[in-house]
Design a protein around this ligand. Structure first.
Ligand code: NAG
Length: 360
């Protein structure tokens, strides 16, 4: 039951594709200009779940229903849309209460005509989803705060939206699960959303204390006690900011967004780190977060940043697969060079290939 008819471009491409059987690669490249997505199956709440949230692309969150709901925050942009759609699909498919999940999407305010397209795409693939798109109002200011980085791709302002969720989202979203767009869940999100946040912790994420924490900051940072004292009395460990449980209420009380911005301002004057959005998070939160089982962020599947080598899972159980790193499964699959684990992403892909236009 597709609500969006294939546009003229797509029709023309179908004609081309059906008359030339060897046009696969250029066909996909052209279709990427305005990808269309299939509708996901409807997923229903199990007995014992809270009542379903209203299906709406303009969902207002009401205080009463908000406690029972799971709030999920993600960014939406054209470049990662295929990943976002797959991630949402995976969340719904494995949730025991899929109709009690409210999605909060942050989109680039400068996307212009892009926001209606994103809005229509999400509503088309998930007709009963309760969601809302928030324009990233702080984007211009964030762009001014971003230092030039060796990995420029990481420095899109939208990557910093996760630091602004407490400002962007309504107050009734007291606790949210933030998810990157290059991941899929293979387990019930309630298990992650229900992570206990003990007194004082505004954030929970899997910690990796074996990683070389010092390497995330420059030698001049560590050589200056006025700076490195930021970690005094803490046992800081690396954590990945792609999967986080955030207590936005506490975040607002403690002005964490402002504290992150202060470190970004300092970075503009003194070079205290190299990578983009992660180090300010580490400065504010490392050693102060609640731990989450590693099963909830099997990260690094994007592979090696320089040679594009495939990576394997970390030992232990898996509830969430995260293709962090340079390579994305949809890119490698389209290029005909998938890594073995990319096969685990495929079942969640909803991209409408031209050959499947008629199947809905
Ligand atoms: C998305 O679409 C809905 C319904 O068409 C509309 O009410 C809402 O304002 C739209 N959201 C954005 C951010 O454009």
């Amino acid at each position: 039951m597709a609500t969006i008819p294939p546009n003229l471009t797509l029709l023309l491409l179908v004609v081309v594709a059906t008359t030339t059987t060897t046009s696969f690669p250029c066909f996909f490249a052209a279709a990427e200009a305005l990808p269309r997505f299939r509708e996901a199956p409807q997923f229903y709440n199990s007995p014992g779940c809270p009542p379903p949230l209203p299906a709406s692309s303009a969902a207002e969150c009401a205080e009463a229903e908000s406690e029972a709901a799971v709030h999920v925050a993600m960014t939406l942009d054209a470049a990662y849309l295929r990943g976002s759609v797959a991630a949402i699909h995976s969340v719904l498919q494995h949730a025991s209460c899929p109709q009690s999940i409210r999605f909060h999407f942050v989109a680039s305010a400068g996307a212009g005509a892009g926001v209606p397209y994103l809005n229509a795409t999400i509503a088309g693939s998930f007709p009963s989803l309760s969601f809302r798109i928030y324009p990233f109002a702080d984007e211009g200011r964030v762009a001014g705060l971003i230092s030039t980085s060796i990995r420029a791709a990481l420095d899109r302002p939208l990557n910093y939206a996760r630091s602004y969720l407490a400002r962007l989202l309504p107050a009734c979203a007291r606790r949210v699960v933030y998810l990157d767009s290059d991941l899929v869940l293979v387990d019930d999100i309630r298990g992650l959303a229900g992570t206990p946040l003990p007194d004082g912790a505004a954030l929970a994420a899997p910690e990796y204390c074996g990683a070389n924490f010092a390497a995330y900051f420059t030698p001049s940072f560590w050589a200056n006690p006025a700076l490195s004292n930021a970690f005094a009395g803490r046992r800081p460990c690396y954590f990945n900011t792609g999967v986080m449980v955030m207590d936005l209420h506490r975040w607002r009380l403690e002005s964490y967004t402002q504290r992150i911005e202060e470190w970004m301002q300092l970075q503009q004057r003194l070079r205290i780190y190299e990578l983009g959005s992660l180090p300010p998070f580490l400065l504010v939160f490392a050693g102060r977060i609640a731990a989450v089982d590693h099963r909830w962020n099997q990260h690094g599947l994007g592979g090696d940043n320089y040679q594009g080598l495939c990576r394997d899972l970390h030992p232990g159980p898996v509830s969430l697969l995260h293709w962090s790193g340079k390579g994305k499964p949809w890119v490698r699959i389209d290029a005909g060079r998938p890594c073995p684990l990319d096969a685990l992403w495929v079942p969640y892909d909803l991209l409408r290939t031209p050959f499947a236009v008629d199947d809905s």
